[in-house]
Design a protein around this ligand. Structure first.
Ligand SMILES: Cc1ncc(COP(=O)(O)O)c(C=O)c1O
Length: 409
C-alpha cells in the first residue's frame, strides 16, 4: 500500500556520497590498506579526523547552560556577531553599520541553502545551479517544491560567464525572478576558485540581469572560503563587491561551521542576508526565522557557543587561524602531489585551484568506480566524472592514486 504523499513518492536520497563513504569506512576497518577518498571532511596524515585545538578548548570550557539550554531560532546575539565578524573581517563595520545584514543560525550550510530555497522559490520555479555540483542542491530544491537548471561552470579552464548570463536571462524570462547559486572558492567537486576578474564580471552580469527591479537572490555558498590559499583577506575582497549590486538584489551567504571549524556533526552554520534595503532584510528575517522554526526549530546551542568562543576571543581566534593555515598548507601539499603524479600518468583533471576535492572527467564513472574498488581505492562516481577527496587522503596516497585511477578508467 502506498501511503506517501504524491510529492514524496519519488523521494530517494540520490546523493550517494554518504552511502559510499559509509561503505568505504566499513571496508577500511577490515582492511586498513584501503584508500578512502570519498569523504568531505579533513583528515590528518595518520588517518584521524582533523580537529582544531582551539575549537576543542572552546568546547571544553562551555558550561551546562551554554551546552544544553535552548537558544533562539535566529541564534543568540554572540553567535550572530561572531559569524559576521569572521565572514566579513575588516569589512565588518561597513556591512553591519553602513550597509545591512541579518543572520539566521542554521544546522550547517545545508540548512542555510535549504532555507533560502524555501523562501525565495515559488512552487515549480527553477533555481540555477552549476553543472558540476554538490548534488545535495538538487534535493534541497525538490524538498522545497522547486526544480533546477544548470549553467556550465567552465569555458575551457575559466569560469563560464557567458553560460551564467544566458541561463540567468532565460530564468528571468521564464519566471520573472532569479535564484542563482554560486559555490566558490574551492568549488565542490572541482576545487576551482574564481579569479578577481571573474568575480567583477559576475557582479556586473547580476546587476545587468536584475535591472528593472527583477527580484534576484544571489545565494553564495562559501562553505570552503577558509581553505582558499589566497588567504583570509583576499577571499573577503569578493564580498565587498556585493555592494556594487543594485540595492534590491538580495545576497545570501551560506556559512558552514562544518568546514571552517571542523564541526561537521555538530550541525552549525548560518544564513547571512546582505542588502541595503531594510524592507527586503526585514522580510528575509521574518520568513527565514519562520522556516527555520518550522523545520529544525533552532541550531544547536552547543555549536553556536563553540563558534562564538572561538571567533570572539582574540587570542583563541589567532591560534585558530594559525591552525587553519596549517590545514590549508597540508591540503596544498596533497593537491600538488596529486597533480604532479596525474601529469606523469597522463590523467586529466577538471580545472583545479585548491580545496578539498579534485575531479577527473570519466566516460563511465560507475565502471571506473568498480574497477577502483577492486584496487582498494574508494572515490565518488558522479555524472561524467569522479571526485577524489584529497581532504581524506594522505600525501602518500595522493602520490599513488593518479596512476591507479588512470589504469582503471
Ligand atoms: C559545496 C557545499 N556547500 C555546503 C555544504 C554544507 O555542509 P554543512 O551542511 O555540513 O555545513 C557542503 C558540504 O559538504 C558542500 O560541499
Amino acid at each position: 500500500m502506498k501511503v506517501l504523499s504524491q510529492h514524496s513518492e519519488s523521494k530517494k536520497d540520490t546523493s550517494t556520497i554518504l552511502t559510499l563513504s559509509a561503505q568505504a569506512k566499513v571496508a577500511k576497518k577490515k582492511d586498513p590498506t584501503i584508500s578512502d577518498g570519498t569523504i568531505g571532511m579533513l583528515y590528518d596524515e595518520t588517518g584521524q579526523l582533523m580537529t582544531f585545538r582551539s575549537v576543542n578548548q572552546a568546547l571544553f570550557e562551555l558550561n551546562n547552560e551554554e551546552k544544553y539550554a535552548y537558544s533562539t531560532t535566529k541564534g543568540n546575539p554572540d553567535f550572530q556577531e561572531a559569524v559576521l565578524r569572521w565572514v566579513f573581517r575588516d569589512a565588518y563595520e561597513e556591512f553591519t553599520s553602513e550597509y545591512g545584514c541579518r543572520v539566521i543560525a542554521t544546522p550547517g550550510g545545508s540548512g542555510a541553502i535549504s532555507n533560502t530555497f524555501s523562501d525565495y522559490l515559488n512552487p515549480n520555479d527553477v533555481v540555477l545551479l552549476p553543472n558540476y555540483m554538490w548534488s545535495n542542491y538538487i534535493q534541497f530544491a525538490y524538498e522545497n517544491f522547486a526544480s533546477y537548471e544548470t549553467y556550465d561552470l567552465f569555458d575551457g579552464t575559466q569560469f563560464n560567464l557567458k553560460s551564467v548570463r544566458n541561463q540567468m536571462l532565460r530564468c528571468k524570462k521564464r519566471q520573472g525572478r532569479v535564484v542563482f547559486v554560486l559555490n566558490d572558492p574551492c568549488h565542490n567537486p572541482t576545487g576551482y576558485c574564481m579569479t578577481d576578474a571573474e568575480w567583477e564580471s559576475l557582479i556586473a552580469i547580476i546587476a545587468e540581469v536584475a535591472d528593472e527591479q527583477t527580484p534576484f537572490v544571489f545565494l553564495y555558498d562559501l562553505a570552503y572560503i577558509d581553505y582558499d590559499d589566497r588567504g583570509f583577506e583576499d577571499t573577503r575582497k569578493h564580498l565587498r563587491l556585493l555592494k556594487k549590486l543594485p540595492p534590491y538584489v538580495l545576497s545570501i551567504l551560506a556559512f558552514s561551521g562544518s568546514k571552517t571549524l571542523g564541526l561537521y556533526g555538530l550541525r552549525v552554520g548560518a544564513q547571512i542576508a546582505v542588502c541595503p534595503d531594510q524592507e527586503i532584510l526585514d522580510d528575509f528575517e521574518r520568513a527565514a526565522e519562520f522556516s527555520a522554526r518550522a523545520k529544525w526549530s533552532m541550531a544547536t546551542n552547543l555549536g553556536m557557543n563553540v563558534v562564538s568562543k572561538v571567533f570572539l576571543n582574540a587570542e583563541r581566534r589567532q591560534s585558530f587561524e594559525e591552525e587553519l593555515e596549517r590545514a590549508r598548507n597540508l591540503l596544498k601539499l596533497r593537491s600538488r602531489t596529486f597533480l604532479e603524479e596525474a601529469e606523469k600518468a597522463g590523467l586529466k583533471t577538471l580545472p583545479f585551484t585548491c580545496g578539498f576535492f579534485i575531479t577527473i572527467p570519466a566516460p563511465d564513472p560507475q565502471k571506473t568506480y568498480e574497477n577502483l574498488v577492486r584496487r582498494k581505492v574508494y572515490i565518488v562516481p558522479m555524472d561524467s566524472c569522479l571526485r577524489v577527496s584529497i581532504s581524506s587522503l594522505s600525501v602518500e596516497e595522493c602520490r599513488k592514486l593518479p596512476k591507479i585511477i588512470k589504469e582503471c578508467l
